[in-house]
Ligand binder design. Structure first.
Ligand code: DNO
Length: 344
């Protein structure tokens, strides 16, 4: 296992000099953030990130994300040009030692929450989701402070209309088309692609979501058998679906999990949840069971603590402050060490 930390590049308020001080931190997970989706990342920008990581003794082996252009997800004629750019990005990233690329195939929106600063009894704040509140929002006017906003209001409205004709089946076929097209470049470079599950794992505003649990994975691996077609196992995204048994999934897919995002949720209603500290005891997900299943089934990939709470007065980017994620990393390091050494 290699413990990593998400770092939002030079715009991040958390310096690499702090990240390197977290015990057991091997590297960061980052991306070039200010290039439009679908474009080739200038090589000098990649090299700049790499040299900053080198200077701080941190590896840069995982990219999260190289985003997939909507035309690829929609299956529009322009997709081939965007796929070519994606292939070029893979080739360029391979040159600086990248081993794994995290991406998602969610239409229009990435992760969705209804509150980014829900206050907990202990005074910390965390992201939360109430399904009924979400269904009342107007997707065309969606604006959440601090949330990953990829589109202007106008683009958003146009895109939502375009998805009107795209079924889950069509979206899945478009994913397969994309993956088939990038596999040769992955074979050549040895890079693994790791798809992030949909967060939360159900359709949103009538938009199809297709990476939601075990059935999706079986289908995905049956369609694209190449081992470079792999997973980002995100406990929080999958775990929001009560239908997902995380230790069982971790066990079943361990050999295809190249990257694990580990975080905790407190489930409330059928589809409602609040994010919490990483400990198993802090929420509804069996974090210990997941780590145990990963270790016992030969997982040897990258791990990162995922969304933390805002604690100790920190006013961090929602989900991405320093303190609680550092605590999460320390806890996860302890779990991995204990489980790994048990067999020694
Ligand atoms: C949220 C993240 C996601 C993730 C992308 C991967 O905090 O886990 O935004 O980076 O879905 O493509």
């Amino acid at each position: 296992m290699k413990m990593t930390f998400r770092w939002y590049g030079e715009g991040d308020t958390i310096p690499l000099a702090y990240i390197r001080q977290i015990p057991g931190m091997s590297g960061v997970v980052t991306a070039v953030y200010d290039v439009p989706v679908g474009a080739v990342w200038p090589i000098e920008r990649i090299l700049r990130l790499k040299s900053l990581c080198d200077k701080n003794g941190l590896a840069m082996e995982v990219i999260e994300s190289v985003p997939v252009h909507e035309d690829i997800k929609l299956g529009k004629p322009a997709r081939d040009g965007y796929i070519e750019a994606y292939r070029q990005n893979i080739l360029n990233l391979a040159q600086v030692g990248v081993r794994c690329i995290c991406y998602n195939f969610m239409p229009v929106f990435d992760w969705l929450r209804t509150d980014l600063r829900q206050e907990n009894a202990d005074g910390s704040t965390a992201l939360s989701y109430v399904h009924e509140t979400l269904t009342k929002l107007d997707p065309k006017a969606l604006r959440l402070p601090g949330w990953d906003e990829s589109y202007t209001q106008k683009e958003l409205a146009g895109l939502l209309d375009e998805y009107g004709g795209v079924s889950r089946e069509k979206l899945f076929q478009n994913l397969v088309y994309f993956l088939e097209a990038v596999m040769p470049v992955l074979d050549k470079t040895g890079i693994d692609m790791a798809i992030h599950p949909d967060d939360p794992p159900w359709d949103m505003f009538g938009l199809p979501r297709i990476i939601t649990g075990g059935d999706s994975y079986d289908r995905l691996f049956a369609a694209v058998k190449n081992p470079h077609n792999g997973l980002t196992f995100c406990t929080g995204s999958l775990g929001a679906g009560r239908f997902n048994d995380l230790p069982t999934l971790a066990k079943r897919y361990a050999s295809r999990i190249y990257f694990a995002h580990i975080r905790q949720l407190r489930l409330s209603g059928e589809r409602d949840f609040t994010e919490s500290g990483h400990l198993t005891a802090a929420g509804s997900l069996d974090i210990y069971g997941v780590v145990k299943a990963l270790v016992e089934n030969g997982f040897d990939g990258y791990v990162r603590p995922d969304h933390g709470r805002n604690i100790w007065g920190e006013d961090g980017k929602p989900g991405y402050g320093l303190y609680d994620r550092a605590l999460g990393a320390a806890y996860l390091n302890g779990l991995f060490e204990a489980i790994e050494k048990r067999g020694v």
